[in-house]
Design a binder for this molecule. Structure first.
Ligand SMILES: CC(=O)N[C@H]1[C@@H](OP(=O)(O)OP(=O)(O)OC[C@H]2O[C@@H](n3ccc(=O)[nH]c3=O)[C@H](O)[C@@H]2O)O[C@H](CO)[C@@H](O)[C@@H]1O
Length: 361
């Protein structure tokens, strides 16, 4: 019989790391393993993990490496060592057999601690252009699990497993559109556009969508602004916008996706794994300041497959957004083709694939 393992999943820092970590935890638990998630002390992690009361979380300090070699490296290295020592304590107490880091420098100390204690170590990277922390960690960990083929050239071939990026189990089956629309205060019969800015800010995109929606009164918009930008967008929208609903942060993505016909969003890897899992069409506007412009690389995968329209924020105006949305909705076959292309990029069994690799070592 398969031996049961104790697995630590390091997934702090942003929703893009946390939610795939939750997805892995849910599947490992379902298979009878014991799991513990390490997240950061940031508010965003506390907010995003709050609804997963059946999972066990510990916090470790968030670590960010300075962009350039400077004196700032000294406090970074000190924090790295201190946090690794703290992680060693947590891992010893938990008697971890395996540690998987879901990306970002916040994942580095737990995986380093796991390596020092002789646990099996893994990193998962969901992006087409992998992050620096994962490229560093991959040099000495047992397996590198990738969300997309495009990341393959950045890692040692012998360590690679292509798994896709897991989505949380509540997305496996969505509520009915009518029920979800009622819950969200929307009209289920109207074409519905989801706007999702991502964790790092989408001020300009948020403003452009507000202008664009005013020109498309027959289409309804459900717009996640991010906590930081909600009041500004609300003020900008003004009083009478019956077709445009704002949410600061949503802890019920299944309902949101159940009513979505088209998404206008950043191209963070986790959001992309979700829309492809669900076969949703999109207009992608990469976050312009993402490290190495990796969101453009993510979006290019979707645009090349005709699953999405790719627009750079610097070139975009409200008129272009109106034209894109109008064109996509003009014929049902436009949306159907994009949706089918999106679904073809989705990896339905990503959680199973990740867990099978962890179990195999
Ligand atoms: C700016 C930046 O560098 N962001 C990076 C960050 O993702 P970042 O956290 O910005 O964004 P992602 O799109 O990857 O993930 C967002 C996640 O949050 C969820 N969500 C979002 C809004 C909300 O109200 N409720 C909610 O649950 C989404 O469903 C999704 O699961 O890590 C990703 C994975 O390495 C990268 O691809 C992104 O480029």
């Amino acid at each position: 019989m398969e031996s049961k393992k104790k697995v630590v999943i390091a997934c702090g820092g942003t929703g893009g790391h946390l939610f795939p970590g939750v997805a892995v935890a849910q599947e490992m638990k379902r298979r009878g393993h014991t799991v513990r998630l390490l997240i950061s002390e940031k508010k965003v992690d506390a907010q995003a993990s709050a609804k997963y009361g059946d999972l066990e979380f510990d916090t470790v300090p968030a670590i960010a490496k300075p962009a350039t070699l400077s004196l700032k490296m000294l406090p970074f290295l000190w924090k790295l060592l201190k946090t690794t020592a703290k992680c060693k304590g947590l891992l010893r107490k938990f008697e971890a057999d395996a540690v998987i880091g879901m990306g970002g420098f916040t994942s580095l100390p737990p995986v380093m601690a796991g390596k020092k204690l002789g646990a099996k170590t893994f990193v998962h990277d969901s992006n087409a252009l992998p992050g620096k922390a994962n490229r560093l960690t991959a040099k000495w960990c047992d397996k590198v699990l990738l969300g997309v083929e495009e990341a393959r050239p950045y890692f040692p071939e012998s360590a690679i497993e292509i798994t896709g990026t897991p989505v949380r189990e509540e997305l496996y089956s969505l509520p009915a559109r009518e029920a979800a629309a009622e819950k969200l205060g929307l009209d289920p019969t109207l074409k519905t556009v989801l706007v999702m800015g991502g964790s790092q800010g989408a001020k300009q995109l948020n403003s452009l969508v507000v202008q664009a929606s005013k020109a498309m009164p027959d289409i309804q918009f459900i717009h996640i602004t991010g906590n930081f930008d909600h009041d500004r967008v609300k003020a900008e929208m003004g009083e009478h916008c019956p077709n445009h609903k704002l949410i600061a942060f949503c802890d019920d993505m299944p309902s949101i996706y159940a009513v979505t016909d088209l998404a206008i969003m950043r191209s963070g890897a986790s959001s992309l794994s979700e829309i492809s899992y669900l076969g949703l069409a999109s207009i992608l506007v990469p976050y312009p300041y993402a490290a190495g412009d990796h969101q453009t690389k993510n979006a290019e995968v979707f645009a090349a497959a005709n699953a999405a329209v790719l627009r750079q924020e610097s070139d975009l105006d409200a008129g272009m957004l109106v034209a894109d949305v109008t064109h996509i909705f003009a014929k049902s076959e436009n949306l159907e083709k994009m949706s089918a292309a999106s679904a073809a990029l989705g990896v339905k069994d990503a959680a199973t694939r990740v867990c099978t690799v962890i179990e195999s070592l």
